[in-house]
Write a protein that binds this ligand. Structure first.
Ligand SMILES: [Zn+2]
Length: 411
């Protein structure tokens, strides 16, 4: 409801300024958002919730029905008199595509116009070269599209690193080896539709804002543990993205003169506690010949590194445990630092490392709460991601819906 309130404020401001076009856009978006929030709602209730006049609601909803964006979806119970007709977003108006670009794979999510996912695909990528990634996205989409034949309204992209969303440029993604890559332009050419790029952890956090509980807290932090380590900050229901690079938790220094990181620095949390680093540590700790041999075939991809850790857990549990004891400490230090700096009400932990959560997570949280400044750690609500893998791609769709349907453009 925060967004509705801010749109209402904007609407009042614009009325004073007298910009007819903008008022129309704001009111349309206000109504769309209200319908989305309520799933189904009648015109009189829209007027009540938005503060618009019943006549204005009737006029705008008629236009939206004409465009096919909303439809009449049954009627509500009457409290005497005519039954009020309910309006909802039209799921068949079009589709949104969300793509998470990972290391060695891409993950696609496709939703209808209401943001409901109906298809999800994961495709492997041979190289991280942007042109070949776009080709894989196209191929993967074509595979999905054979099962659906809707109008593609836009593409949301979730990618690691620092992102300039306005220009559609990935400025620095060390995991992908990208610098100043104009990914939105490449995809626009291939798909002929709008493309909106965002940081992948922000996308993951966006899913938790829309589908999870993150929006219920005024100050929430999301941390993801996997092949990389990332973070996102949510303040008053909005993702904080100053300069496109807020929450690079993985690049806080945790070991002086430690392992060289992909970012060029030394001893970053990501360098010491990424999957790649855990795999290396297991291989140098174990005395088991089979495990040492297996290490030679590990590729720098999420699936390959996870597979090695799974095998290590079975083949040499002792080596695995000793590496994860150290991992628990490093993650504990990171969580403590996050609590001291941001004092979150809610701290959500996600990422592929959760598969091994029984081997580190409780220890990490206990360390953080015990060692946080004063009583800052006492009331933090810790939760783990339960939305699943597709939430990495889905968030970029919600970002797109927010931008396209509910947010007023700053022209
Ligand atoms: Zn780093």
């Amino acid at each position: 409801m925060n967004l509705v309130n801010s749109l209402k404020k904007e609407s009042d401001k614009m009325k004073r300024r007298g910009s007819k076009y903008l008022i129309k856009e704001i009111n349309e978006k206000l109504i769309l958002r209200t319908i989305y929030n309520n799933e189904k709602i009648d015109r009189a209730s829209i007027a009540k919730q938005t503060g618009l006049s019943p006549a204005a609601v009737t006029k705008i909803t008629a236009e939206l029905i004409n465009q096919g964006m909303i439809l009449e979806a049954g009627s509500a119970k009457s409290s005497g008199g005519r039954k009020p007709i309910l309006l909802s977003l039209n799921p068949d108006y079009g589709q949104f595509l969300g793509v998470k670009i990972g290391v060695g794979y891409i993950e696609l999510a496709i939703t209808d116009f209401t943001g409901k996912m109906f298809e999800n695909q994961r495709c492997d990528t041979e190289s991280s070269d942007p042109v070949s990634i776009v080709e894989v996205v196209k191929k993967c989409w074509n595979k999905c599209n054979s099962k659906s034949d809707g109008n593609l309204l836009g593409i949301g992209i979730a990618v690691s690193g620092v992102v300039d969303s306005k220009e559609g440029i990935v400025k620095d993604s060390f995991l992908l080896g990208w610098r100043d890559v104009r990914i939105a332009e490449l995809l626009k050419k291939a798909f002929k539709c709008e493309v909106l790029v965002m940081n992948d952890v922000d996308s993951f956090a966006m899913s938790h804002l829309w589908l999870g509980k993150a929006g219920q807290y005024s100050n929430a932090v999301v941390i993801t543990l996997g092949i990389g380590i990332g973070g996102a900050l949510i303040i008053d229901g909005k993702i904080h993205t100053a300069k496109g690079g807020v929450g690079e938790i993985g690049h806080m220094t945790v070991v002086k003169d430690g392992t060289t990181c992909s970012c060029g620095s030394k001893g970053c949390l990501e360098a010491e506690a990424s999957f790649g680093s855990l795999v290396k540590k297991v291989a140098s700790t174990t005395k088991n010949i089979q495990l040492r041999e297996l290490y030679k075939s590990v590729k720098q991809s999420e699936s390959s590194e996870i597979e090695y850790l799974r095998k290590a857990k079975n083949i040499d549990p002792e080596a695995f445990e000793s590496v994860f004891d150290e991992y628990a400490q490093l993650i504990g230090i990171a969580l403590k630092n996050i609590i001291n700096m941001l004092a979150p009400d809610y701290l959500l932990i996600g990422g592929e490392a959760l598969e091994f959560k029984d081997h580190f997570l409780n220890e990490s949280i206990l360390f953080a709460v015990k060692n946080a400044f004063g009583r800052l750690g006492d009331n933090v609500i810790f939760e783990i991601d339960e939305l699943g893998e597709e939430s990495w791609a889905l968030g970029s769709i919600y970002n797109l819906m927010d931008e396209k349907l509910f947010r007023v453009s700053q022209k």
